[in-house]
Design a protein around this ligand. Structure first.
Ligand SMILES: Nc1ncnc2c1ncn2[C@@H]1O[C@H](COP(=O)(O)OP(=O)(O)OP(=O)(O)O)[C@@H](O)[C@H]1O
Length: 362
């Protein structure tokens, strides 16, 4: 994380009655960064956003924005823009009036408002739509208006709560890249909440992973994806297969006995018996149980001993059919000690392969 943080949370706690919604939250965000708060439903993402916005009060700890502790600063004085998932546009106001609303409240001069709204309509690509009402816009266009409205008073910090949740898949994809570009162009520090890992990976400079009210890991998308630090993150990212209670890994005796392993599809190579494998040794035999088309790839479910692994294979490679015997090679797994979840370190085991039932070696 950047040395000089624009936003910082220090030992922040929040309880709803007996429920610990935020549990000793600590993080810092550099100016101009776009941060994704990612975690399962109920993990405390929105609570963090609401405390930053001033819509919720922390029980303890400090919330710092631009070097100032803002715990007791009212929401309206924090200089924050907010975008919600359900657009929250005023239905009986035009696009122009929706964007101008906050500026009117702040008693900006009419001419200044006009200039600012024109600028924003241009920025979000909605020139010519100023007189339309929200119900005359598509979901994506409404969300652009919401974005323009949040940016209108020149906030220093932008908070977005599941901004694309209510939008269908194709438009959501477009809006993601659009948002990334807009935020880079405007240069505003932004935090968005999502439970969609692809969205976080694609859009965010840094990702903060929440689970049961605490932070599991914070880092760049590539760090989070390639070097998960906790069992939770390991299983949350990618679409992995978990193999429980492995006896041990040969060559990795220091990890001890009684391990869980997590295997990502991209770390499993499946080749036809007739194909030359890149991996000459340590190849196991498996049986393909399912073949599913996934656009440019096929997803294969392959049984090796009593483990069902998921693997991807490019469509242009020779096709594999259900019931076929194949060669399987696993070139990386994440391993951690079985037992209590949460605190153990995750180890990367390379060139792992299943030798006998649930026993791996390199
Ligand atoms: N006002 C409240 N009173 C009581 N419990 C609450 C309140 N607000 C949130 N909670 C609880 O706190 C937990 C965290 O909620 P939060 O909305 O922060 O999670 P989230 O990660 O944003 O989830 P989602 O993705 O479903 O929005 C949830 O279990 C929720 O039920």
């Amino acid at each position: 994380m950047a040395e000089q943080n624009y936003v910082e949370l220090r030992h922040v706690n929040k309880k709803y009655k007996d429920f610990q919604a935020s549990d000793d939250i600590n993080f810092g965000i550099g100016k101009g960064k776009l941060i994704g708060l990612l975690g399962p439903s109920g993990s405390g993402k929105t609570t963090i956003l609401r405390m930053l916005a001033g819509l919720e009060h922390a029980d303890s700890g400090e919330i710092i924005i631009d070097g100032r502790v803002v715990n007791d600063v009212p929401a309206s004085e924090r200089g924050i823009g907010f975008v919600f998932q359900n657009y929250a546009l005023f239905r009986y106001m035009t696009v122009y009036d929706n964007i101008a609303f906050g500026l009117d409240v702040k008693k900006w001069k009419k001419a200044d408002i006009r200039r600012r709204v024109d600028e924003l309509v241009e920025l979000v690509g909605l020139k010519g739509f100023e007189k339309r009402y929200p119900n005359q816009l598509s979901g994506g266009q409404r969300q652009r208006v919401a974005f323009a409205r949040a940016l209108a008073p020149n906030p220093e910090l932008l908070l977005l709560d599941e901004p694309f949740a209510a939008i269908d898949a194709k438009v959501r994809q477009e809006l993601r890249s659009w948002l990334r570009e807009m935020i880079t162009r405007v240069g505003i520090t932004s935090i968005f909440v999502t439970h969609d890992q692809d969205e976080a990976i694609e859009v965010a400079d840094e990702i903060i992973i929440t689970n049961h009210g605490h932070i599991e890991q914070a880092g760049t998308p590539i760090e989070i994806y390639s070097q998960p630090k906790t069992p939770f993150v390991t299983e949350f990212m990618g679409s992995p297969t978990r193999i429980s209670n492995i006896t041990s890994f040969h060559g990795y005796e220091e990890l001890g006995e009684g391990l869980h392993a997590v295997v990502r599809p991209e770390h499993v190579s499946v080749t036809k018996k007739t194909e030359q494998s890149r991996f000459s040794s340590s190849v196991e035999e498996g049986v393909v149980e399912r073949v599913m088309f996934r656009g440019r790839e096929v997803e294969l479910h392959v049984r090796v001993h009593d483990v069902l692994l998921v693997a991807n294979r490019r469509l242009e490679e020779a096709s594999i059919t259900e019931g076929e015997r194949v060669n399987v090679f696993i070139y990386q797994v994440f391993a951690f000690p079985a037992g209590e979840n949460g605190t153990q370190n995750v180890n990367i085991v390379e060139n792992a392969n299943i030798e006998t039932e649930k026993l791996f070696y390199i």
